[in-house]
Design a protein around this ligand. Sequence first.
Ligand SMILES: [Cu+2]
Length: 184
Amino acid sequence: MSATLESRFPAARKVAVGAVVVALVLGGLVVAARPGPATKAVPGVEAAPRIEAAPQVSRILAAKESNFDFGTVSMAAGKVTHRYWIKNTGGSPITIRKLYTSCMCTTAALVKANRKYDPYGMPGHGFMPTINASMAPNEAAMVEVVFDPAAHGPAGIGRIDRFVTLQTDREPPLELAFTALVTP
Ligand SMILES: [Cu+2]
């Protein structure tokens, strides 16, 4: 585009560069001529409060770790697995209604009390199977996540971020995240 412009109008580029230089010089003069920033506090106006990090939400269904980094994952080496520990920290049972992932390259299964609830994938065409697994107070379980680095082919090379979501009958969904750097 610029090459075409230049060949048609050889002077166009020089004019554009000149305009930028003039703008910068004028801008610099304006800034230099301006009085320094007002540091005096305006009476009656308090400084904006510092924005603190969001408080930790105490969850009933809690994850021991909700972020995991696989590090470098090779497409040639095949699928990788990570297990997240989750626990019902409440005083009454909680039901995991749905379990799903953010992408077709990722599946997640719930493993608890020697039972494995199918690996679930990304919801497709509005269909999201119900898992309905109840967890007793203090009961722990594992969410077994399998990531296939080759699922996207060569287009999948690079840094990836994926999520696994658990919906319960009691509180906002629990999200488990992972990252990886996919190499050929
Ligand atoms: Cu994917």
